[in-house]
Design a protein around this ligand. Structure first.
Ligand code: DP6
Length: 335
């Protein structure tokens, strides 16, 4: 029971965005979303029961975290304690996590963090309480969801949908396609600054005040259907065009919030304009952006190097990260 359970989970980038909760406590989304899990950005997390602790502890890259961050972890661990009917006297947990995501590049994401945590916790609780009914990956994704919405989708590799669900039990991730065909991403890390407006706050403010919000939800359904179709047909241009359109509408909801705000910076726009330029020259390149200034570019794996070189030549000051479709989380070690 006192050995470490160690897991690795990969970051995902949403092609169809999650942007709003219909239930804040349960992290139920206002619309379905769809993402691509990436191979090169991931979090390693280890957990163990520690009889010396009076409350759960969280260590990030070797540094002990304050109560505010630890509370979020405890919230997720408590779900496992309930699921595995853990006796009162069971020791608290020590959680240690390292992001192999360039945090300083503003690409750190809670998606890989909470997915790795959930995966490691399942291993730890299964070893400690083997008589409990096993938890499958879909159920596990509903636990990762309660840490951070986007983490739901990192429980699977490739293209993954997070379904709206009727309630907490079926608002889960569903693997759509392993994406092991001509698909890749190049991430342009525009700013190293921490986000000014967190996604949690940004989506709440937008859902509550934006006059474009209901339009966004309707349009999202249509964009999702198009992306699904593109995946079935392995048509990167169909996927990319719908992804880009969804991204534009997503950012438009914030322009129409009260007060309005945006994550787009002048540098983001310069990269976006260059993506258009590359596309005019015949490349299959499409962009998306999340709750920050970084631009994520979807392209063919066979053209990734070329796209990378073009971007590097045009924007020598911007750090680029190449990624291919990644797999779901893996157990690195357990009892
Ligand atoms: C723009 O999952 O970070 O990246 O559920 O409040 O933790 P919380 O939010 P989070 O939001 C991600 C928003 C997004 C779009 C997406 O990943 O779908």
């Amino acid at each position: 029971v006192n050995t470490w359970s160690v897991a690795r989970a990969h970051t995902n980038i949403a092609l169809i965005k999650y942007w709003g909760k219909r239930d804040e406590k349960l992290f139920l989304p206002t619309s379905p979303s769809l993402s691509l899990t990436l191979d090169s950005l991931y979090t390693d997390t280890r957990v163990r029961f520690d009889p010396k602790l009076s409350s759960d502890e969280l260590w990030l890259a070797g540094e002990k975290q304050d109560d505010k961050s630890t509370v979020k972890i405890t919230r997720v661990i408590d779900l496992f304690r309930a699921r595995y009917s853990v006796p009162e006297q069971t020791p608290r947990m020590r959680v240690e996590s390292v992001n192999h995501v360039p945090t300083a590049a503003g690409l750190a994401s809670s998606s890989s963090g909470f997915a790795a945590l959930a995966w490691a916790l399942r291993d730890a609780f299964e070893s400690a309480f083997p008589q409990t009914v096993a938890m499958d990956d879909r159920e596990l994704s509903t636990f990762a969801r309660r840490g951070s919405g986007s983490a739901t989708r990192s429980i699977f590799g490739g293209f993954v949908e997070w379904s709206y669900g009727t309630g907490s039990n079926d608002s889960c991730a569903i693997p759509v396609d392993d994406a092991r065909w001509d698909v890749a991403m190049v991430l342009a890390a525009i700013s190293t600054q921490h986000k000014k407006i967190s996604s949690t706050y940004g989506m709440k403010h937008t859902a509550e005040t934006s006059s474009f919000y209901s339009l966004w939800r309707e349009a999202s359904e249509q964009d999702l259907a198009t992306v699904r179709e593109g995946i079935r047909e392995r048509d990167i241009d169909k996927i990319g065009a719908a992804m880009e359109a969804n991204c534009m509408k997503f950012h438009a909801t914030m322009f129409a919030a009260n007060p309005p705000f945006t994550y787009l910076t002048s540098r983001s726009w310069r990269v976006i304009e260059f993506v258009h330029e590359m596309r005019d020259s015949g490349l299959s390149v499409y962009f998306t952006m999340d709750a920050g200034p970084n631009v994520k570019i979807l392209c063919r794996a066979s053209e990734q190097q070329f796209v990378h070189d073009k971007l590097a030549e045009r924007f020598p000051e911007i750090t680029l990260f190449d990624a291919l479709p990644g797999s779901g989380p893996e157990t690195l070690s357990k009892d």
